[in-house]
Design a protein around this ligand. Sequence first.
Ligand code: GDP
Length: 500
Amino acid sequence: MSIVSELLFEARAAAQSLAALATGPHIRLGVTGLSRAGKTVFITALIEQLTKAASPALYGRRNNLPVFRVHAEGRLIGATLEPQPDDAVPRFAYEDHIAALAGPKGNAGARHWPQSTRRISELRLRLHFDQKTGMRPGRQSLAIDIVDYPGEWLLDLPLLGKSFAQWSRETFIASASAARTPLAAQWRRATANVDPRGSASEEEARREAQLFTNYLRACRADEYHFSSLPPGRFLMPGDLEGSPALTFAPLAVEEGETYPPDSFAAMMERRYEAYKTHVVKPFFRDHFSRLDRQIVLVDALAALNAGPAAMRDLETALTDVLAAFRAGRSNILSTLFRPKIDKILFVATKADHLHHTSHDRLEAILRHLTAKAIARVETVGAEVDVIALAAVRATREAKVGGPDEPALEAVIGRPLEGEHIGGETFDGNSEAAIYPGELPRDPEAVFRDEPRSLTPTEIDYRFVRFRPPVPVRSPNGTLLPPPHIRLDRALQFLFGDRLG
Ligand code: GDP
């Protein structure tokens, strides 16, 4: 960073601190996770629960958030949406998302899951509450800026410390693992014919970038569900969709070797460096470095469905995510961009796909996964917790089985149209009882290629996607917040200490 941009950075940070003073008590919460992890659904449900928790429409009903202390103690007065502080960042489209979940124009039959996160967005929520402790008992408020951004972008941080040659070498090595080799074959065959010293060609650059992106997309597909696939914008381009900034790909170049300025290798290297300077750094400087707290959503069930290779890859991705929060000062870039995060919550989403007897096991698997990742990046310098939850619960539970069979702990819901299990394909309207299988008792087992120590029911898990639950309204027509699993635990961890 030059002295000028460092000064600008300092000036901006000072301006932000002044703005924070004007706002009063304030938390900037980052919500991230890889594509389809459940960010949009989580934020939508969080806002819906908080804005309606103290609503008269819910009086007399069971407390929906028993673990969220400020509410359980009757001190939550309400929550309101406010204009967000950053004019240059799109607003999180909460109203559209809740309308999707409830069914457009009140037509519950047309309800559907909202449009997933594709770029950064933001929303400000203000909680009003009675403070019971501290210097100023009485009515208080806490502003919460929720910043939703693709986890793929976080995985780009390590690129800042890597040369083009180093990144290329590592990308080729990763693509040669047993599981990825078939997916990378077409791109690697084409790259083998490229002469790095040949003259720079836009056409070739586009072809290489396209084949490389196809490889990354194939790795991301449900049946493989790999997580660690930088550069993040190739899969989640945000506003850079179709931009020349993304027209590069790894090349077999030697580290320390120089290539003529008009060669293909030099062109690819320039674009890689431009990606770091104009895409990666601004994101970390302008958004990431300003976060106070972070929630990382993980679709562990999709990785479990795909198998041990996907689980090991998820662990690598979480290690990279945690490296972004690392307390160590060894890396000047991480010092500049590292936010002063004091809490990180890892969440295994979509727990409603499992019977509650497996929720603790799902949590144990994620805890194991993050403990391994934390051990690799030394300390992260923040309080870390792990929760398995469903922001929106689309199932209920039942025991199924014939008179002569042992009863199985199943979940009942409406599988999405086209989902299938054991030869049956669902139409999206009928309810079905699904036996998702039990997660293994030993979290380590899900990383092993041959889980020998498991019973057959333990390894036989299979998850299907469900439609959102049928919306429920109060007698005066107010849409009630959807059912959830353990969302209140997440609220307590993230905000509880500031609402005492
Ligand atoms: P994003 O890419 O991280 O924003 O992911 P979304 O929030 O859009 O979630 C992706 C998909 O996961 C949704 O379309 C739903 O099918 C599913 N999903 C997310 N959260 C839940 C949940 O709490 N329960 C259930 N049953 N499905 C969920």
